[in-house]
Design a binder for this molecule. Structure first.
Ligand code: ZN
Length: 517
């Protein structure tokens, strides 16, 4: 749709004005939200511990003002006016997608009382701070009162949003992160996925041959690791003129808009692959944000699609690229520049193998590709139980540990490596975890499509040429913002709806040869 076509019909004259007025209000609300995002980034990276009390109030007032702006009755009237014009609904034009998505956000926001949103922001800000301290001390009791508050607030939120017919409270929360996601649809994907992953894991663990873990046990100075991962992140295409990389307890990608993207990572002296994996992962999120159209900042067309699509971008760079042989052909000769002689004895094959060692472990963010989704499945089961009320927060550690025994045959030694490891619940984010597995599945399907579109793509990686892939992702996915729904985007980009097949084929095709399984 262009302004010329709009002007050609007198009946439409008022609608473009309403549309512009609507976007202005939405952009203002987004400005407040993006300011809150910078304060949250600051809290996680720079803020001294003493700042937490006032910071939680700063975040809460911004959340309240944003909620007021986005739920103002005038917004509802403007949306209705746009919807009354057929040219603003039903097509995939930027305008109709904006109206559709603003309607979706508005309908959800007006169901949530301002008091609840403000309390939610304050409790999750403080809860996150308490979680960090509790995790450090492996002290679940310290976090328990906050978890209880956050579960209660989430149950209240779900009841305000309304449980879909035939569904459960968890569905209302998950829909925030992945439109249309329900526990039933997730279960349908997870159940067969688990069966095939368990089979693969059994084959790999039973194999007499396995890749060497020697590189993952090599202590390397953190300062050198930081320079190395920055070089990798820059080489794959993250733009440091429009972004930063810092460290935090839990790696994340934040920031305020496409020209100011804040990545964080974390370092372990014992294993550079930890920092490399989490940095490439967050850079994948960051390059998605940087690839969103600047002209549409603050409107749905300029915002990232669902979290599942977001996660597909991070996991694609972390796994399909960063754990691939072509990447290591490029990366291996560079290691000596950063770590000197200590890395001299490693062949490219050994480094590639080390990036793909499969070993059931306690920590989700450090997990290999074969076990990663099991970690997600445990969390999905538990948060469903917490939200339904079938599991009391105080019983979380016991149930967590029981599930780790069941899914990964591991005995969790303490809560730091157990139920306190992830930041999500302390931020009040329930219904979020399954998007990690959905994103993993999307990543493999998108990557297959990229390889079909660009024969020789991986040969380029071995030469350090990552631009063709980033350019393709920019065009096919990033540029569209929220123009298409996730399933529409998937069909548009790959020619097929989401399926676990490409991921399982990719994983089995890579790991079986490495293990001779
Ligand atoms: Zn991620």
């Amino acid at each position: 749709m262009t302004s010329a076509t709009l002007r050609s019909s007198t009946s439409l004259i008022e609608t473009p004005k309403a549309y512009e007025a609507l976007l202005e209000r939405i952009r203002d609300a987004h400005l407040l939200g993006s300011t809150e995002a910078i304060l949250t980034w600051d809290q996680e990276t720079m803020m001294p511990p003493g700042g937490v009390e006032l910071r939680s109030r700063q975040v809460a007032i911004l959340a309240r003002l944003q909620h007021q702006l986005s739920t103002h009755p005038a917004v509802g009237e403007l949306i209705a006016q746009c919807e009354s014009d057929k040219s603003f609904i039903g097509s995939h034009s930027i305008e109709s997608a904006n109206v559709r998505e603003i309607r979706r956000d508005y309908d959800r926001a007006v169901k949530l009382p301002e008091r609840l949103m403000s309390e939610f922001a304050e409790v999750s800000s403080k809860g996150q701070h308490e979680w960090a301290a509790a995790r450090k001390a492996s002290d679940f009791k310290r976090f328990l009162p906050w978890l209880e508050k956050l579960v209660k607030l989430n149950r209240e939120k779900a009841s305000c949003l309304g449980v879909p017919s035939g569904g459960e409270a968890w569905d209302a929360l998950a829909d925030t992160f992945e439109p249309g996601c329900t526990a039933a649809t997730v279960t349908k994907v997870f159940t067969p996925l688990r069966t095939r992953l368990v089979k693969l894991l059994g084959e790999l663990m039973g194999s007499a041959r396995r890749p060497s873990n020697r590189f993952n046990e090599l202590a390397l100075p953190i300062e050198a690791q930081a320079r190395f991962v920055r070089m990798v992140v820059e080489s794959i295409g993250f733009d440091f003129q429009r972004g930063r990389l810092d460290s935090s307890t839990h790696p994340f990608c934040g920031g305020s808009h496409c020209d100011d993207v804040r990545l964080t990572t974390r370092y372990s002296e014992a294993c550079v692959n930890d920092a490399l994996g989490s940095s490439m992962h967050e850079a994948g999120h960051g390059m998605y944000e940087q690839g969103l159209p600047a002209c549409a900042i603050g409107t749905p067309a300029g915002l990232a699609e669902s979290l599942g699509i977001h996660e597909s971008q991070s996991r694609l760079w972390e796994n399909q690229v960063g754990r691939g042989l072509p990447f290591w052909k490029w990366c291996a000769p560079k290691l000596a520049d950063y770590f000197g002689q200590s890395v001299g004895g490693f062949s490219t094959t050994e480094l590639y193998g080390a990036a793909n060692v499969v070993e059931p472990g306690f920590i989700r963010v450090d997990a290999d590709e074969a076990t990663y989704n099991m970690h997600v499945m445990v969390r999905f089961d538990l948060e469903r139980l917490l939200i339904s009320g079938a599991l009391e927060p105080k019983d979380l550690p016991g149930e967590w540990n029981r599930k780790y025994k069941d899914y990964l045959n591991l005995t969790v030694p303490d809560d730091r490596r157990g139920c306190l490891q992830d930041v999500h619940w302390s931020m009040g984010a329930f219904g979020y975890f399954p998007t990690y597995t959905l994103g993993t599945l999307y990543s493999a399907q998108f990557y297959d499509a990229a390889k079909r579109a660009m024969p020789g793509l991986e040969d380029g990686f071995a030469q350090g040429e990552f631009k063709p892939l980033l350019g393709w992702l920019n065009r096919e996915i990033h540029a569209h913002g929220r123009r298409y729904l996730p399933e529409e985007l998937c069909v548009r980009v790959t020619g097929a709806p989401l399926s676990a097949e490409p991921y399982l084929n990719y994983l089995e095709g890579k790991l079986r040869p490495l293990y001779c399984a």
